[in-house]
Design a protein. Structure first.
Lengths: 131, 153
């Protein structure tokens, strides 16, 4: 399933989504994806996003991660190195990912998704008997 | 010669037009690089910080997702704030060949930040929520602004 876990639209720079209402500025969060026996683990850095402001959904085999970073610091800005903007990234899922069993956890600004392989594609050890 | 000169002028005008396009897309006219903070795998300042202040305190907000709070070390000496810690890769033992993508920067970091004034180092508070570290540094009596009453005679 390696070759299919490809990012659909890769967004490298801040961009604005097509909208008639307002400009939404977003960045693609950096992700780590690794494979385990059970499936895939997707780890994404989404600092400043609270659980209720994070949206993870699957539509038509496309996994969408969308988060709204909000953090209010009191006082007037003296010096600024970054700006908290929204996060948006999409991944195309392979057919062999069981879409009903995706679990998500958010801890310390890191989103961890577990994508399990569908039952029939879990590797099984087949004993070879010589007789 | 004159023709050559015009070519350069045309190029220059083109360059300015392109610059304008980039400026226009940014609603608030801030440099684009400010939002392009991720990923940070090159040798560079980490974590990135924002510094703000009011009359009572300085506030440093650092962008450090995925750091174990126990490994986070915040200290103040004089007017220098130090932030140190370690950002681990994923939990558990994962073979390098199991990775399909590896974009998140990991490793140990330390950053010293020169604060613009002295702070009350005994009452510094640090809070780590949603991957953002917020350090509140109260100003000392010496650096707090003083209200001066205006006498009317």
């Amino acid at each position: 399933m390696a070759e299919q876990t490809v990012v659909a639209p890769e967004i490298q720079t801040p961009n604005t989504t097509e909208s008639t209402r307002h400009h939404e500025r977003y960045v693609a969060p950096p992700v780590d994806i690794h494979e385990t026996r059970e499936g895939l683990v997707v780890v994404a850095d989404v600092p400043g996003v609270a659980q209720e402001a994070l949206e993870v959904r699957v539509d038509d085999n496309v996994l969408t991660i969308r988060g709204h970073a909000r953090h209010a610091v009191p006082g007037d800005v003296i010096y600024r190195e970054y700006e908290l903007v929204n996060f948006f990234r999409q991944f195309e899922l392979h057919d062999k990912v069981d879409q009903s069993r995706i679990t998500a956890a958010l801890q310390c600004g890191v989103l961890t998704l577990h994508l399990l392989k569908a039952e029939e594609v879990t590797p099984r050890q087949i004993e070879v008997r010589v007789g | 010669m004159m023709a050559d000169w015009n070519h350069w002028q045309t190029l220059e005008r083109l360059r300015r037009e392109i610059d304008n396009v980039f400026n226009e897309t940014d609603a608030r006219r801030e440099p684009v690089f400010r939002t392009a903070f991720l990923p940070g795998r090159a040798a560079r300042r980490y974590p990135l910080i924002n510094l703000s202040a009011d009359t009572e305190a300085l506030y440093v907000e650092a962008l450090a997702p995925g750091v174990d709070p126990d490994m986070l070390n915040v200290s103040v000496v004089g007017s220098t704030l130090s932030i140190a810690g370690e950002k681990r890769r994923v939990a558990g033992d994962v073979q390098p060949e199991a990775f399909h993508r590896s974009e998140r920067a990991t490793g140990k970091f330390v950053r010293h930040i020169a604060l613009p004034m002295e702070v009350d180092e005994h009452n510094v508070q640090a809070d780590y929520t949603h991957g953002l570290l917020t350090v509140t540094l109260p100003k000392t009596a010496k650096t707090k602004p003083k209200q001066i009453a205006v006498q009317v005679s």
